[in-house]
Design a protein around this ligand. Structure first.
Ligand code: KG4
Ligand code: ZN
Length: 340
């Protein structure tokens, strides 16, 4: 089954072709980062307009790259949430319109299920059960994954998502949006001994996260110290160390509690080198395999949506009529497809 996947939940327009037998055939992403950079964050109305402008030409480019005619499609999957409603509606309306015109099934996919299963795009995919750490601009989740549509959320952030904390702290450091990668680069130059940031919520049991305090800690440190490059770099370094160690502590707890032997890390912050290094060390110490999608599939993309869509469509799932996009949508409400 050849499925077109469409991702428009935030500031990336992503499209991909996934074949149930052959796997990923092609994928293309257009990032709107430059469009939003001057505003220091994603402007929802601009995001929707840009998706509307880009989506159809991007699908044409994708089909041309794969050497596939539109008549070869067997189904269409689009991100139905969670995300920016206006942005989601662009992808949903396009997908549903195209599906109707071509007589194809269309299915709305959960964005975080896409991130969860992004490592399945690789040649030797991790098999459930596994523990997933989802770390993106909108979410910080620890999930017990037993199979497609079988998810239990073990812990999540009570306030800012970890990517959001990266972006807000980066903004305090005068770095451009999106701040995560820029903060990581600055941290490389920072003195690791100069500041120590707290490891939020690690001194009590449980798997919940809280990151908004780190941003405040950065703000107070910057106000107290000389306003120079060395200070900013040391703050970036201390922030990153605090995030990485907090993640390690919570993942260790979740692995020991659940007895799971594989840790899958996905979402944009999964591209962070310091976090990766710290989790690799945890994996060695605990005898646990740590798996990632390739870097281009850590951040938002259409391939993960096409992949989930193909597996659910093959499993016999069909969407009810209507666009049905959702700003908020719990992973735990998902179910396996009927044929699973
Ligand atoms: O998964 P994603 O592309 O989009 C969402 O669904 O949110 O994640 C984007 C987030 C942003 O907050 C960005 O700053 C962060 O991932 N990010 C990073 C790195 N690359 C992207 N944060 C830290 N280090 C990185 N290398
Ligand atoms: Zn995402």
């Amino acid at each position: 089954m050849l499925v077109l996947g469409i991702e428009t939940s935030c500031d990336e327009t992503g499209v991909a072709l996934f074949d149930g037998r052959e796997g990923l055939r092609a994928h293309v992403v257009h990032s709107q980062a430059e469009l939003h950079a001057v505003y220091g964050g994603v402007v929802p109305e601009l995001a929707s307009r840009d998706h509307a402008r880009r989506l159809a030409p991007l699908v044409e480019a994708l089909l041309a790259e794969a050497g596939v005619g539109i008549g070869a499609l067997d189904g269409i999957a689009y991100t139905a949430g969670p995300g920016l409603v206006g942005a989601l509606l662009v992808g949903a309306a396009y997908a549903r319109g195209l599906a109707l015109a071509r007589g194809l099934p269309a299915l709305g996919v959960h964005h975080m299920e896409g991130h969860l299963l992004a490592p399945q795009l690789e040649a030797d995919p991790p098999r459930p059960p596994f523990l997933a750490l989802l770390v993106s601009g909108g979410h910080t989740l620890l999930v017990d994954v037993r199979g497609l549509g079988r998810y239990r959320v073990l812990g999540e952030s009570l306030d800012d998502a970890v990517g959001e904390a990266f972006d807000k702290t980066a903004s305090l450091l005068g770095l451009p949006y999106p701040g995560g990668p820029a903060l990581a680069r600055l941290a490389e130059e920072g003195d690791p001994e100069r500041f120590r940031f707290p490891r939020p919520m690690t001194d009590r049991p449980g798997l919940a996260f809280s990151f908004s305090g780190l941003k405040t800690f950065a703000l107070n440190t910057l106000a107290r110290e000389p306003d120079d490059h060395a200070t900013r770099a040391a703050v970036a370094r201390a922030f990153e160390e605090a995030v990485a160690e907090t993640m390690v502590i919570k993942c260790r707890r979740a692995l020991r509690q659940s007895g799971l032997r594989t840790l899958v890390v996905a979402g944009g912050v999964g591209a962070n080198h310091r976090l990766r290094g710290a989790l690799a060390e945890l994996g060695r110490a605990e005898g646990v395999a740590v798996r990632y999608p390739r870097p281009e599939f850590c951040t938002d993309n259409g391939a993960m949506i096409a992949c989930v869509g193909a597996r659910r469509l093959v499993g016999g799932e069909r969407a009810p009529a209507g666009l049905g996009v959702r700003a908020r949508w719990s992973l735990e409400t998902l179910e396996p497809p009927p044929g699973a």
